[in-house]
Design a protein around this ligand. Sequence first.
Ligand SMILES: [Zn+2]
Length: 287
Amino acid sequence: MNTKNYNSLLEDLKNQEHYMEDENEKTIYDEKRKVEALFDRKLVCPVCDSNITVRSVKSSSIRILSRDSDFMIHYKEPNPMFYDVWVCPQCGYAAISAQFNNINDKQIKLIREKICSKWHPRTYPPVYDIDIAIERYKLALLSSIVKDGKISERALLCLKLAWLNRIKKDEKNEKKFMSQALKGFIKSYESEIFPIAGLDEPSLTYLIGELYRRLDDNTNALIWFGRVLSNTSAKNSIKDLAREQKYIIYEQRKNLAEHIEEADDRDSSDKKGFWKKLFNISKQSNA
Ligand SMILES: [Zn+2]
């Protein structure tokens, strides 16, 4: 290797090292920033009476980036949704933070029998990633099923699992949980007293319509959006959302109809082309 090549290789390596150092520093800085945005809270588990610590995001560190049409909020990291399920590391009982202490004696007995007896104590790292968040929401869903909690509680957990899978870009699991959330919300709409999952009637009606739309059932989506628009107690903001989503469906239908028309035109001109070619061939063969 000549000196020039050697020097340039050395230079390349140096640059790479710098790059790696920068990347490592950036990762360490990001982790440090996330840890600083979190705080621990001490409480007593209502199921096993152990003293436990749960982690949350400081409200001063919560930054909203955007909102989706099904009420999902996108946050700058750390995402508070990742920390909104509290899990007792000692017994495995899990629930959304606001519902954690909302459990009666009969439900405690069921959780002890069916979850605590099979649970192996588990520790989590200081910062939760998307897979840990999904695992914790699934534990909350399991606790909710075992304690026979409200249908709307399970529906909301399924909706959040759909949202977490949206962040993960796992469309198959997003739709799977969304479809369960939709079934649960329809049942709770028919059987529970409002507010349901923190939503008033027009907002839940809209959400059901929007979940239908996202699951490609436009016919049912339009029925539920129609209910929002004819509800005299619905606020203008929720009516506007229903109108916007209705408009999206009509636009999609219009585009689809235009595509079909174009395809029909193409099809008939292809046929004309075929006859034209056939005629030319015949002429040539006659010549
Ligand atoms: Zn416990």
